[in-house]
Design a protein around this ligand. Structure first.
Ligand SMILES: NC(=O)c1ccc[n+]([C@@H]2O[C@H](COP(=O)([O-])OP(=O)(O)OC[C@H]3O[C@@H](n4cnc5c(N)ncnc54)[C@H](O)[C@@H]3O)[C@@H](O)[C@H]2O)c1
Length: 274
């Protein structure tokens, strides 16, 4: 019997998400794909990850080397702008799974490039439920959509926008709305907390209607995202109460799992609710 073709995967960014995905590809997805390259701007991180996988040969010294050595690239990089890396991979006709959805709000050029080069630019659903339903609802039109993200105080440490507003997190005693407004402003003021808002904006196809509310409290211990929307389809309300990733308290575990599931579905060709 013919063996199924395995997809060669390269990972850019060997932090919390990249490392966890690398381990899962090796342990759980070996029938569908194999890890053929990893790259991090901090070479020590790539070397430590490769050592933990007993695969020293997969460390790449450049993005060019990474792209050459894979059919499909996972972008899990915390750079200020991840678009050049994605463009480089798409130009070389590699499909990309991008975890940094917050950087892709105004990136129709990259989606067009993927289409032109007959490859995919995949985005995971991240740390919220219901993205499948939001996409379906967008076909009929969405009249009203809001995202309320509740996060512990620690999620906002060293945020320049809050410092500029004179908000001192350590003095906060009760639940406080830090921001309410349009998604583009939320992305500008909370660049480390906006993947979910950007995912929702792209899925709903009506970013201008999306109102984002960011709330914190000394009582909060987890990241909770509530999504509400209304339109010709009816009404949707979801709440996702996230536990943090075992490797990184700043990342929701569901976000990592959604990246893995997107990869798994792509590699096996079985697309359910995507
Ligand atoms: N889609 C979602 O719901 C979701 C959820 C959480 C995090 N994220 C995003 O995923 C990305 C990765 O998150 P993480 O928690 O793994 O971050 P992390 O900080 O743990 O790791 C990021 C890694 O990228 C490396 N890096 C930085 N610039 C680079 C470059 N130019 N080239 C190669 N490597 C580079 C860093 O050295 C680091 O090792 C971030 O952009 C984050 O915002 C998305």
């Amino acid at each position: 019997m013919a063996r199924a073709i395995r997809i060669n995967i390269g990972i850019a960014g060997c932090g919390a998400i990249g490392s966890r995905m690398a381990k899962s590809i090796q342990q759980d997805l070996s029938a569908q794909c194999r890890l053929t390259g990893i790259f991090d701007i901090d070479i020590g991180k790539a070397e430590r990850l490769a050592k933990s996988l007993h695969r020293k040969e997969i460390v790449m010294r450049s993005m060019t080397g990474l792209i050459k050595n894979c059919d499909f690239m996972i972008e899990a990089v915390n750079a200020e702008d991840t678009r050049p890396l994605i463009r480089q991979a798409l130009n070389a006709k590699r499909s990309v799974l991008s975890m940094s959805v917050g950087k892709l709000l105004n990136s129709s050029d990259l989606f067009a490039l993927a289409q032109k080069n007959r490859c995919h630019l995949l985005l995971p659903s991240g740390a919220i439920a219901g993205i499948d339903a939001v996409k379906a609802a967008s076909l009929a039109g969405i009249d009203r959509i809001t995202l309320t993200s509740r996060k512990p105080l620690s999620a906002f440490s060293e945020n320049p926008y809050l410092a500029q507003k004179g908000i001192v997190l350590s003095e906060m005693e009760k639940e406080t709305v830090l921001f309410e407004g349009h998604v583009s402003d939320a992305c500008r003021h909370f660049p480390k907390n906006i993947n979910v808002a950007a995912t929702l904006a792209l899925a709903s196809r009506c970013p201008r209607k999306l109102i984002v509310r960011i709330v914190t409290s000394p009582e909060y211990t987890t990241n909770i995202h509530e999504v509400e929307l209304e339109g010709k389809f009816g009404r949707i309300k979801t709440q996702t109460d996230n536990l943090v990733c075992p490797d990184n308290p700043k990342t929701s575990y569901l976000a990592v799992l959604s990246g893995l599931q997107t990869l798994k579905q792509h590699c096996s060709g079985v697309l359910v609710g995507t």
